[in-house]
Design a protein around this ligand. Structure first.
Ligand SMILES: [Zn+2]
Length: 180
C-alpha cells in the first residue's frame, strides 16, 4: 500500500469524538453499533452492539479496537485470499501510523486496525490491494489492472480513500504519542 500523504488538516477529532459521531464498526461484513455507557470493565460485546465504558480514554480505545479487529480482519482476508486463489502465510493487525496495510515477500499481510472504521467495500478494497501484491509485488500497470478486475467499484474506493483516509489514519494517534 502506498503511504498516506502527510498533510496538515485542521481539527482531527479524538477517536472517542469520532465514534460518538459515527457509532458503528465494520466487523466481518457485520455492522456493529456502538455506545458509551457505565458498567464494569472497558468493553461489552453482544451480537450486534458494542458498549464502551463512558470513562474510556483514546489510548484504551485503540487497544480495545485493535483486539476487536483481529479476528474479523483475519477471516475476511483469509476468505478473500481463497476466492482469489492467492496463498498467504499469516495476517497481523497493527496500529500503523501511515499505512493501511502491507504484504511481505513471504505472504504475510499486515493490516491497520482502522479498517474496521471504514465501509465494507473500502475495507475489502484495501485487503484486495495487499492480496494483489501476492501476484504482482509492485505497483505496475499489471498490478492495477488486476486490482480493478477484482474490485468493481475501484474508482469509487480510490476516491473515498483519498477524501477520508487522511482523517481515518490519524484517529487515535495522539493517544499513542502521549503514551508510547
Ligand atoms: Zn501497494
Amino acid at each position: 500500500m502506498e503511504k498516506v500523504r502527510e498533510e496538515r488538516i485542521e481539527a482531527i477529532p479524538s477517536l472517542r469524538q469520532y465514534l460518538e459521531a459515527h457509532p458503528s464498526l465494520n466487523l466481518d461484513g457485520e455492522r456493529m453499533s456502538i455506545s458509551f455507557d457505565g458498567f464494569h470493565g472497558w468493553m461489552k460485546k453482544s451480537e450486534h452492539h458494542i458498549s464502551f465504558h463512558r470513562e474510556i480514554t483514546d489510548t484504551i480505545l485503540v487497544k480495545q479496537l485493535k483486539k476487536l479487529a483481529k479476528d474479523p480482519l483475519n477471516s475476511v482476508t483469509t476468505s478473500l485470499a481463497e476466492q482469489k486463489r492467492v496463498s498467504i502465510s499469516w495476517v497481523t493487525v497493527r496500529d500503523q501510523s501511515s499505512r493501511w496495510g502491507s504484504c511481505s515477500s513471504r505472504g504475510s499481510i499486515s493490516l491497520n486496525w482502522r479498517l474496521i472504521l471504514m465501509p465494507r467495500g473500502l475495507q475489502r478494497h484495501i485487503i484486495l490491494h495487499e492480496l494483489a501484491h501476492r501476484v504482482h509485488p509492485n505497483h505496475s500497470s499489471s498490478f492495477w489492472n488486476l486490482l480493478k478486475s477484482w474490485d468493481s467499484n475501484f474508482e469509487e474506493h480510490v476516491q473515498l480513500l483519498k477524501e477520508r483516509g487522511k482523517i481515518w489514519i490519524r484517529l487515535g494517534q495522539s493517544a499513542n504519542n502521549a503514551n508510547p
